[in-house]
Design a protein around this ligand. Structure first.
Ligand code: SF4
Length: 685
């Protein structure tokens, strides 16, 4: 038997753990620790431990499929390419939309971004960051001039006070949770605020349970208490930030007295006082947050409020401090960095900026130009346009995304996708979205290709090929390049390796300028910004100055607003969704991992015992949960872990799809949907 070990990066969460894939006779057969990773130091969570199990499943896509008379038929690559090229060329540029993927590499996101803007010439490209951290990108860019996690994962262990808000870190980013545990062991205070008492709550010194959607009120109340007690960092406020007086005028209002905040949030006043004191007096305090903060119609406000608190207390730019936005998918940071967004090229160079537009047009050399220098549609807006203005968008190319399970209000999404004239889906399995496609293209998975990914801490790391893809499946970037060649753009996509693409990325992206595969082929890899080949990378942002042109941070005075849909007599409960330790997003990979699926084979709805008693529901009984958008049948889990008046569901399970219930009301800036708060009713059946 031939045995080898190939070091690579976990395909699941944004932590970016490294491990070795065990390859037996040319096939991936296991995962083993890789001790030299500074991220996870040889450890992996359950998802990482079984990240080999889906790779060689028999139901992997292995040949291109073309739908004829409602049924998929196997086709050759040439047949599929000819059909796609002919169709794409028949549409006007802005009739086409593209969804890129946080499950694919930086190189593949770059290739698809270039394909969208250069070959299709459309402005409409986006990806699932719209559903998870679009509010982080917009909110932190407005506050600090850079929309990314400020500190590194290892740095979390240095903190003296960790405030975890809207992130179940120990389940969703377990190897970041380990850093929280290290900080606690070294004496740090851990504050956890969340509507659910989770594995993370069990590690906290102070747990504050609150009504989903009251974040700004809580943060303003904490800031009022800090200012009242003189715990603000006056030097930092004087020398590093703008907007303090306006912020102070807002947070000192009676609306944000701890008594009023307690009424809005449900958190007892004494707990709020303790949290303010711990944050305000700590030598270093860091905030960790995730989608509990971002997935709201006030997602950008929530993020700016977090930034306000950290600027108020001077907890930025030093070890153990920072605003640590924990990104969801393995490469959601990288997909954003690569410009798979409707408003930027790589490195957040704005498409409406004339100089940036010219720079990319010149660098790419498309003889017939590139997409207009105008912002395009976000994925959530694309779905609305498809239903509200049929005919404006006509075709879509989706790489590695599954909106038919991941997006809010699935009935609306299905209606939208069915309004497309032509849909191409490129993936590793037949997903719920691929089933609606006209053409399905088989792609290689993470274990079958070289490339890079950028983790939540801005660390750019390698994926390495461990086995060949099954059947005729190919690297995503190769498929894109071959379609582009069929459309007459072979010269613009003449890459031979993923490394060729990375070198092109580095050439056009200032924050990646100093990176190359040789430098990344080290266990520690590199954090961006890394502007030159002799630059060591930047694990901590905003040390001497912020990323705004004048170097100042900007405070924003923000008032609390309730969610778009609040409980009423007909739908009396707040509904919120999230993830669990054993599954990943729409379950495309984890539900095909026998061990993980065996651990948690289906979904449930969490109901507080008092609500369950009112409704006459017992633990384990099947119930009907309904919102204004639809109903699902789901088992009830009666637990004190969820607060009274709130219901929770994981969103991984197609047989009880939580997103049938969720609301597609959007944050006005980030266009992120309000997954974390809508109104439902639950009935015994
Ligand atoms: Fe993979 Fe995240 Fe688990 Fe690390 S913590 S092994 S990156 S799922």
């Amino acid at each position: 038997m031939e045995l080898k070990y190939v070091q690579t990066t976990c395909p699941y969460c944004g932590t970016g753990c490294s491990f070795n894939l065990v390859v037996k006779d040319g096939k991936v057969a296991g995962v083993q620790p890789y001790q030299r990773s500074p991220v996870n130091e040889g450890r992996v969570c359950p998802k990482g431990t079984y990240a080999h199990e889906f790779v060689n499943r028999e139901d992997r896509l292995t040949k291109p499929l073309i739908k004829k008379n409602g049924t998929f038929e196997e086709a050759t690559w040439d047949e599929a390419y000819d059909l796609i090229a002919e169709k794409f060329k028949s549409y006007k540029p802005d009739e086409c939309a593209v969804l890129s993927s946080a499950r694919t590499s930086n190189e593949e996101n770059y290739a698809l971004m270039k394909f969208a803007r250069g070959a299709l010439k459309t402005r409409h490209i986006d990806h699932c960051a719209r559903l998870c951290h679009a509010s982080t990108v917009a909110g932190l860019a407005a506050s600090f001039g850079s929309g990314a996690m400020t500190n590194s994962i290892g740095d979390i262990a240095e903190s003296k006070c960790l405030f975890i808000l809207g992130s179940n870190t120990f389940e969703q980013h377990p190897l970041i949770g380990r850093r929280v545990a290290q900080a606690k062991k070294a004496g740090a205070k851990i504050i956890y605020a969340d509507p659910r008492y989770t594995a993370t709550g069990k590690q906290a010194d102070l747990y504050m349970q609150f009504v989903s959607g009251s974040d700004v009120a809580i943060l303003n109340g904490l800031m009022q208490e800090i200012i009242k007690n003189g715990w603000e960092d006056t030097e930092f406020l004087k020398n590093r930030v703008k907007g303090y007086e306006e912020l102070k005028a807002t947070v000192m209002k009676e609306d944000y007295s701890l008594e009023n905040v307690s009424k809005i949030s449900g958190i007892p006043v004494e707990q709020l006082k303790t949290a303010a004191e711990w944050i305000g007096t700590a030598e270093s305090a860091a905030i960790l947050y995730s989608m509990g903060i971002t997935q709201h119609t006030v997602g950008v406000d929530n993020v700016k409020s977090i930034a306000n608190l950290q600027m108020l207390t001077g907890n930025l730019g030093r070890p153990g401090t920072g605003v640590n936005a924990l990104r969801g998918q393995n490469n959601v940071q990288g997909a954003c960095d690569m410009g798979a967004l409707p408003v930027v090229f790589t490195g957040y160079q704005k498409v409406i900026d004339e100089a940036a537009h010219k720079k990319f047009a010149d660098a790419w050399g498309f003889p017939d130009g590139i997409s207009e220098p105008k912002n395009g549609y976000e994925v959530t807006v694309m779905m609305d346009v498809l239903t509200d203005n049929p005919g404006e968008l006509k075709c879509m190319y989706i790489m590695g995304e599954n909106p038919m399970l991941s997006d809010p209000d699935l009935t609306h999404v299905e209606h939208a996708i069915k309004n497309l004239e032509f849909l191409v889906v490129q993936d590793i399995f037949m997903t719920e979205t691929a089933e609606l496609a006209d053409v399905v293209l088989p792609a290689a998975c993470y274990a079958e290709k070289d490339g890079t990914q950028t983790s939540t801490e801005r660390r750019v790391q390698m994926w390495r090929k461990a086995q060949d893809p099954p059947g005729e499946a190919k690297d995503d970037w190769k498929i894109i390049a071959e379609i582009a060649a069929k459309m007459g753009y072979a010269d613009q996509f003449a890459w031979e390796t993923a490394e060729d693409i990375f070198n092109e990325i580095a050439a056009v992206t200032p924050s990646y300028h100093g990176m190359n595969y040789e430098r990344l082929n080290r266990p520690e890899a590199l954090h961006w910004p890394c502007p030159a080949e002799d630059h060591p990378g930047t694990p901590i942002l905003h040390g001497a100055k912020f990323a705004h042109p004048d170097g100042f941070g900007v405070m924003h005075a923000i008032d609390w607003k309730p969610p778009a849909e609040v409980p009423d007599a007909e739908y009396p409960y707040v509904f919120t969704t999230g993830r669990i330790l054993f599954h990943w997003h729409t379950g495309t990979m984890t539900r095909r991992s026998a061990t993980l699926d065996n651990e948690v084979p289906t979904g449930w709805i969490e109901i507080n015992p008092e609500d369950a008693k009112d409704l006459g529901i017992k633990d384990g009984e099947t119930v009907k949960a309904s919102s204004r958008r639809g109903s699902i049948i789901v088992p009830a889990r009666v637990t004190k872990d969820i607060m009274k008046g709130v219901m929770f569901m994981p969103f991984h399970f197609k047989e009880c799809a939580a997103n049938i219930l969720t609301n597609n009301a959007l944050d006005p800036i980030a266009k992120i949907p309000e997954f974390k708060a809508c109104a439902v009713k639950v009935e015994k059946i």
